[in-house]
Design a protein around this ligand. Structure first.
Ligand SMILES: *Cc1c(COP(=O)(O)O)cnc(C)c1O
Length: 499
């Protein structure tokens, strides 16, 4: 079979999905993309009664052509058997004005579990078939949620180790607690001086660092990524768009072929890009609504076509969206610029060297046919959390709140299409912010706050959060950006000695 994946920055690259999943990112810095995804056409109508797992099987078959059916089945079983606290994996809740797709029922209570329960299975399978005797070190920069979800997914997976870097003092207490207590013989967690973009930029540079790669490769060890730039993480997220649509159809909330809007709280543009993939694959989607927090670089981009990362970095109550460089946007540009990899390379090198680029206006118009964007300040989010609880007895977290604000705003313009809001985290993951929004009182102690929030709202606390309380801190290193390379070498060699 011909390899179907290519790079956003070099159309000569031809690579299988297994290789793309192991490599994570292309040599010249581009992202792997399925170049003919727009030729796929899935008819959702015969799939309305599928389970989440069956839906996943059908989507994966299309997007991972070099995995055979039994491999795909095994990966799905291993990823989604018993790891979620809801049988439906991503249940759909109906509020008065909105449908909410709950993506937070996995082991770390944020949507990233959906990709990161699957990615290790896909990688394990790809290593077995295409990379015999080779090992992988996963490098991940996290703004908070990816790190923990990746650690849980990769914990004790054979032939794979993982190193997670998070910005010191820029993740929530809960996120810190989740990462610092992570067990597993193959897990490394380290704080860095800087913000998330600094961490992500440094990780990207390490992937390209020849000296580092030479040292590791000589030991049959290869770097890979668990960030949403890895297609093995992105593809599982396409599934819940199909699943949500099928549920809406099944309950007769929409008619056959009727288009819906999805509103997605966005940072790195991964989650919403998966929605665009679903649309390219034939799912009846009208608009994809980008919801940002005050770091509203995507809001400006989608409205004006000018991407400018040179702006103040704002620390918000939705830290997982505090991002100024949205990596996955590059994949959208690939499809929007008619797969012209020279154009993408130019935009991306402008972004790297001068910090901004201006989109061709024809391309902008094409993007605006599908995408609209809004943003919500912390104040807007606090009001939304309170209002949503008051009117619906339904609690949302600050990330979901950005989407709630933007979706409600957009409904004033478009009340014809049903709007599905993606809920990206459990409110208990950000209890002090949520409690403050409801009561105007900030409780510093996370555990006291969780208890109070539970008493006030009667919403159940996820078991995986309660369990954290008594776990010992296992990781407490803090380094600067320049030390990351040595850290990785040290941790990789540690793995060697354990063999
Ligand atoms: C990561 C994350 C987001 C942003 O998702 P992207 O795919 O990076 O756009 C939103 N909300 C929560 C809770 C997250 O963890």
């Amino acid at each position: 079979m011909l390899p179907k994946y290519t790079s956003t920055r070099d159309c000569k690259v031809k690579i299988s999905s297994k290789d793309a999943i192991i490599k994570g990112i292309s040599k010249e810095g581009g992202l792997f993309v399925l170049n003919d995804i727009d030729k796929i056409n899935i008819d959702i109508e015969p799939m309305l009664n599928y389970s989440y797992q069956e839906m996943a099987f059908n989507v994966f078959k299309m997007l991972l052509p070099d995995f055979n059916e039994s491999e795909i089945k095994k990966c799905i079983d291993d990823a989604y058997f018993n790891s979620f606290d809801n049988n439906e994996i991503t249940p759909l809740k109906n509020l008065n004005h909105l449908d909410i797709l709950e993506l937070f029922h996995g082991p770390t209570c944020a949507f990233k579990d959906i990709g990161l329960q699957m990615l290790p299975q896909l990688m394990k399978c790809a290593l077995k078939t295409n990379f015999i005797n080779k090992k992988v070190m996963i490098l991940t920069a996290t703004s908070g949620d990816t790190g923990k979800a990746a650690l849980v997914g990769f914990k004790d997976v054979e032939n794979i180790a993982i190193s997670v870097f998070y910005p010191h003092n820029k993740v929530s207490n809960m996120q810190y607690q989740q990462m610092a207590t992570q067990a597993g013989v193959n897990t490394n967690v380290c704080a860095i001086e800087g913000n998330f973009d600094d961490a992500q930029t440094a990780v990207k540079a390490l992937f390209k660092d020849k000296q580092l790669n030479d040292i590791l490769n000589s030991k049959q060890l290869y770097l890979s990524s668990a960030n949403s730039i890895n297609i093995g993480r992105l593809i599982p997220q396409v599934v819940y768009y199909f699943d949500a649509y099928a549920k809406m159809r099944k309950s007769n909330k929409i008619k056959k072929g009727e288009k819906v809007n999805f509103c997605v709280p966005t940072g790195n543009f991964g989650n919403i890009l998966a929605g665009y993939y679903a649309k390219l694959m034939g799912l009846p989607i009208n608009k994809l609504i980008v919801a940002s927090n005050s770091n509203n670089v995507l809001y400006d981009f989608i409205n004006k076509g000018f991407y400018n990362r040179q702006r103040e970095f704002i620390k918000t109550i939705s830290p997982s969206m505090d991002i100024l460089i949205s990596s996955n946007l590059e994949r959208l540009l690939y499809y929007m610029c008619d797969k012209d990899t020279n154009v993408i390379s130019k935009y991306m090198s402008d972004l790297e060297s001068i910090g901004h680029y201006q989109l061709d206006l024809k391309v902008l118009a094409k993007i605006q046919e599908t995408f609209v964007a809004g943003f919500a300040t912390d104040l807007d989010c606090n009001t939304a959390i309170k209002e949503c609880f008051k009117t619906n007895k339904y609690l949302i977290d600050p990330h979901t709140a950005t989407g709630y604000v933007v979706a409600r705003e957009y409904q004033k313009i478009d009340n014809e299409h049903r709007c599905i809001l993606l809920s990206t985290a459990s409110p208990y993951k950000f209890a002090p912010q949520v409690y403050n929004a409801l009561t105007n009182t900030y409780i510093n102690d996370e555990w006291e706050c969780i208890e109070k929030l539970n008493t006030l709202t009667k919403m159940p606390v996820p078991k995986s959060i309660l369990e954290l309380k008594n776990l010992p801190i296992l990781h407490n290193e803090l380094i600067n950006i320049e030390q990351m390379k040595d850290y990785i070498i040290k941790k990789s060699l540690k793995g060697e000695q354990n063999d």
